[in-house]
Design a binder for this molecule. Structure first.
Ligand code: SAM
Ligand code: SF4
Length: 362
């Protein structure tokens, strides 16, 4: 397997920029992260680590990926500096920590607290596989974590072990239980894989509704290390709607979507009673790129303007070389100005990004 297929970082360009950055003349002189199609990114995803304690088949290879060296990964202080610039200078209003598995960072609560102390204070959320969350949820909540998304593809221990390649269902459920007692709304992310957990979708929804969780099914994207993604075999949003419709009545949610990736439905039972909500994220078959408000920072401090980008802009190198906040902010602005109109997944010439989901930060 070559370096590229292992999801290793793409080669970086030249020496770090510490001096002034020339922004394109056609770019409007606005502080925010505007792109050439007029979209403005206000939602930042920060990957805290490329490491993970699971090996989900749609994300990582069975043998794992070569881990970044400790010094390649942003420190707590570096994260606080870059997120601080995003919030104070670039108009970012929502910050989500992800990975890899963000709970593997021992300093996660301190990182959350640093961001919670920013002015203006952004909304802070976490995406996690919940393994070990049982012992961390309270500290994270107290540090300022506002929202939590947990990933759970099935309630069947054997299927969990097949999909995650680790027998950790119980630990995941214990983590979710702990979160449920502390957060107003727990969102659950699930990826459906044909022949593996597709038949579990309705049961998983039932389980989430009973507990007041909002389940979101995410269409599987071509971001797996094994390059096994198959457009023809993937489970589509339309199929999920049909499948859930056999057991529940789904009504399009009236609440404005407001740039959110999930199409939301109110779920009703046989007697018309409201049971809760479900979301479907149709990144492949019904892309929402025109409304995208995301910017991303990888664990090594590289800006990505899209999950499917083939280029990145290094901020950590310049930061370590002494760049000013102004320079770092301009580098970030320049990176986002070049964002493409769409991810191109449905184009004939589409090629999968060099990095896997775990190495980008999902
Ligand atoms: N480890 C954490 C977790 O699993 O929640 C955070 C990182 S993970 C990359 C973030 C989300 O991406 C998870 O909900 C996971 O199910 C989803 N994901 C991973 N690979 C995916 C793929 N190929 N297509 C769609 N979603 C994927
Ligand atoms: Fe780890 Fe999350 Fe990827 Fe699963 S989806 S391997 S838990 S990073």
């Amino acid at each position: 397997m070559g370096v590229v297929s292992l999801g290793m970082p793409a080669p970086r360009s030249a020496a770090p920029t510490t001096g002034p950055v020339a922004l394109p003349s056609e770019r409007p002189a606005v502080p925010g992260l505007v792109d050439s199609f007029g979209r403005v990114a206000t939602d930042l995803r920060v990957s805290l680590t490329d490491r993970c304690n699971l090996r989900c088949t749609y994300c990582m290879p069975a043998e794992g990926l070569p881990a970044l060296a400790r010094e390649q990964v942003m420190s707590r202080e570096e994260i606080a500096r870059l997120v601080g610039i995003a919030v104070a200078d670039l108009g970012v209003r929502q910050v989500r920590f992800t990975g890899g598995e963000p709970l593997l960072r021992k300093d996660l609560a301190e990182i959350v607290a640093d961001v919670a102390a920013l002015d203006p204070r952004p909304e802070i959320s976490l995406t996690t596989n919940a393994v070990g969350l049982e012992h961390r949820a309270r500290t994270l909540r107290e540090a300022g974590l506002d929202r939590i998304n947990v990933s759970l593809d099935t309630l069947d221990p054997d299927t969990f072990a097949t999909m995650a390649r680790r027998p950790f269902l119980e630990r995941t459920l214990a983590g979710i239980d702990a979160a449920a007692g502390l957060f107003d709304l727990v969102k659950v992310n699930a990826v459906l894989v044909r022949g593996v957990n597709l038949d579990h979708a309705a049961d998983l929804l039932s389980w989430c509704l009973e507990r007041g969780f909002e389940l979101r099914f995410i269409e599987q994207m071509p971001l797996d290390a094994d390059h096994a993604w198959d457009r023809a075999a993937m489970v589509t949003a339309a199929e999920v709607r049909g499948l859930l419709g056999e057991r529940f009545a789904l009504e399009p949610d009236e609440e404005p979507r407001d740039g959110a990736p999930a199409e939301r439905f109110v779920v009703r039972g046989a007697g018309g009673e409201r049971l809760g909500r479900v979301g479907i994220i149709a990144s492949v078959t019904e892309p929402f790129c025109a409304d995208c408000r995301r910017t991303r920072l990888t664990a090594e401090g590289e800006v990505r303007d899209c999950l499917f980008a083939h280029t990145e802009t290094d901020l950590l190198g310049p930061l370590r070389a002494g760049a000013s906040d102004r320079t770092l902010a301009d580098l970030w602005r320049l990176a986002m100005w070049g964002k493409r109109a769409g991810h191109g997944m449905n184009d004939a010439g589409f090629t999968q990004p060099e990095r896997t989901m775990s190495a980008i930060g999902g």
